[in-house]
Design a protein around this ligand. Structure first.
Ligand SMILES: [Zn+2]
Length: 361
């Protein structure tokens, strides 16, 4: 695994779940621009994420005290001030007025939207369904090994909180800019307390898939966009615009989010089982093969019609609760069809089955 240091640092209890996959960072490490290349090499060698995970145990008591069992959201936003020690300095707590810092307000507002989405649609009381505080750190940096810090080109969920970098300004911008990126990271949190899918191979790709599904659904719900006309791109706002890139992933057309980009290369996601990736990179293709169920979801959502967060989202939420740690694509296909039949009848089951069939499952 080319990026093993980053995703599964030695001695850490759980892998980090990042929005930017390792293959994008590797493409940047081959860039001729020395600044982009250096940033990518620092990200690959990696310090921030490792330290973040190591500090998890020390932070646990604070989080437990802050938990709200009453179904009211409780957000805490910290400023890591460009360094890699999490969470950093508390800069905005629940109910406190807007900060002057845009990233702080984005992390606060978008984590609130994600809480409201899961609470109002599924009756879920935060990530753990027991009022857990939503903790975000913004302006997270990465040590370059020479006592300097670079802005992190990523966002991740570390098992207890979200962390957002500011991006290098050349390829990536601030990672709090995108509601679907924030909701993606928080959905990793929901999964940790539900199916808790093992973060490698097909189970890991389902983990990434659910994070993309609910990441995008929170945005569609917030903007009231029906499935037929909605965007299915992930992370558009965190990329510096260029003709060769539209997002980090495209759920409807996997493998087309960026193409022949001078820095990022081309999106490697398959859209069908016949092109499934079976190599060791990216923890066995967790961000690569998620393209296959992502496409099935969009096909199902469009076929079911209306708002994707209502019918398709309801089916997928129930499936996320029912899957086990080692579930594979076939399990997800079977369970979503079953839930569709139980909740919405034979026509819904048929629509879901047809969607899976179109991606080879
Ligand atoms: Zn992810």
């Amino acid at each position: 695994m080319p990026n093993g240091v980053r995703l599964e640092p030695a001695g850490c209890r759980r892998p980090l779940q990042c929005i930017v996959p390792p293959y994008m960072v590797e493409a940047m490490a081959h860039c001729t621009d020395p600044a982009i290349r250096e940033g990518a090499l620092v990200a690959l060698a990696h310090c921030a994420a490792v330290r973040a995970v190591r500090d998890f145990a020390a932070r646990m008591p604070t989080m437990m005290v802050a938990a709200s069992p009453t179904g009211r959201k409780h957000r805490l936003v910290y400023d890591a001030r460009g360094k890699d020690i999490l969470p950093g300095k508390l800069v905005r707590g629940e109910g406190e007025p807007k900060a002057t810092d845009t990233a702080v307000n984005e992390a606060y507002d978008f984590s609130g939207d994600t809480f409201d989405f899961f609470h109002s649609l599924f009756g879920r009381n935060s990530l753990d369904d027991a009022g857990m505080s939503l903790i975000s750190s913004v302006h997270v940096g990465e040590a370059d090994g020479r006592d300097r810090y670079l802005p992190m080109n990523n966002a991740f969920w570390d098992g207890s909180q979200m962390a957002y970098g500011d991006g290098d300004g050349t390829v990536f911008r601030g990672f709090t800019r995108s509601l679907d990126v924030v909701a993606h990271e928080l959905t990793h949190g929901v999964q940790a307390f539900t199916s808790n899918l093992v973060y490698r191979g097909q189970s890991g790709a389902i983990n990434e898939h659910f994070a993309d599904v609910f990441g995008v659904l929170v945005r569609q719900w917030r903007r009231k966009e029906p499935a037929e006309t909605a965007s299915w791109l992930v992370g558009t706002e965190v990329l510096v615009p260029a003709d060769t890139r539209r997002g980090i992933r495209d759920m409807e057309h996997p493998g087309t989010a960026y193409r022949d980009d001078p820095v990022l290369g081309s999106d490697p996601q398959p859209a069908h089982m016949k092109a499934i990736y079976t190599g060791p990179a990216d923890a066995g293709g967790v961000h690569i093969n998620s393209g296959i169920p992502n496409r099935a979801f969009v096909l199902a959502a469009k076929s079911l019609g209306g708002n994707a967060w209502e019918t398709a989202g309801g089916i997928w939420y129930e499936a996320m609760l029912q899957l086990s740690r080692t579930s594979q694509f076939e399990d997800l296909a079977r369970i979503t069809a079953q839930v569709a039949a139980d909740r919405f009848g034979a026509a819904a089951r048929k629509a879901v089955r047809a969607a899976w069939k179109k991606v080879g499952l």
